[in-house]
Ligand binder design. Structure first.
Ligand code: GLN
Length: 238
């Protein structure tokens, strides 16, 4: 069985090791005997029909401007996949643009596709450093954040987690990220998946369940190294 991963804008949206998330997904699938095909989506490409996981990384404001139009053109196709339950992970710059808009420090509004009920407005200082959050679904999740945008989730938006150390969505309400259906939006770079294997396996299992409903669980892996990396990241100073 082949898992098709759609990687959104790998040229413009790749900060602090975000590509590593695709490598982690791929390797954890291969270790369990599955094949993986990574389809890079660049500006101008169509969104293929047969997609099992959607991933997109973070990017500078200038990168977000470059992809804005293409993302909006494909907004309905991406929205339909996410409404349908396609497991997805979007980090920082793309997390912001999966919301309604990002208003930059220069006063430019970069429009998003409104999958998440959230708006983002640049603050006066960047929020930078190691971050640890507690997620209801995944337990402790660790990463690294670096963003000017302050994301304000709407009333009904369900956070990905609550902040234990760091700033998260906006540095004031204690929330981090948003989870809508099987789509996770988060500020956590690092990359997040190699050292938070529970999140990686959630994406893989949801993808596999949709392909073959008889699959109920993933074959466990030896995550000793992954959890050592997790603990080491969690113990770093902010
Ligand atoms: N440009 C956005 C911001 O600064 C996103 C940054 C990022 O993806 N790390 O808020």
């Amino acid at each position: 069985m082949t898992i098709n991963i759609l990687h959104l804008y790998p040229r413009e949206m790749n900060l602090y090791g975000d590509h590593g998330n695709v490598l982690a997904l791929k390797q954890r699938a291969i270790w369990r005997g599955f094949d993986v095909k990574v389809i890079e989506h660049h500006v101008g490409d169509p969104i293929p029909k047969d997609i099992d996981i959607i991933f997109g990384g973070g990017g500078q404001d200038s990168g977000q401007v470059k992809i804005e139009e293409d993302l909006r053109a494909n907004g309905d196709a991406l929205k339909a996949k996410i409404e349908d339950g396609t497991p997805s992970l979007v980090i920082c710059g793309l997390y912001q643009l999966f919301g309604r808009y990002f208003l930059t420090s220069e006063g430019k509004e970069i429009r998003g596709i409104g999958i998440f009920d959230a708006v983002t407005v640049a603050g006066s200082e960047r929020l930078i450093g190691n971050i640890v959050i507690q997620s209801e679904r995944f337990g402790e999740v660790v990463g690294y954040e670096n963003h000017s945008g302050l994301t304000m989730p709407g009333e009904g938006a369900k956070p990905f987690g609550t902040v234990l150390k760091g700033a998260g969505n906006n540095g004031s309400d204690g929330t981090e990220g948003i989870m809508y259906r099987n789509c996770i939006g988060t500020y956590l770079h690092g990359p997040i998946l190699p050292k938070n294997p529970a999140v990686a396996d959630f994406l893989l299992l949801e993808a596999l369940k949709r392909k073959d409903p008889s699959i109920a669980a993933l074959q466990p892996l030896d995550d000793t190294l992954e959890m050592e990396a997790h603990r080491s990241a969690a113990s770093r100073p902010r």
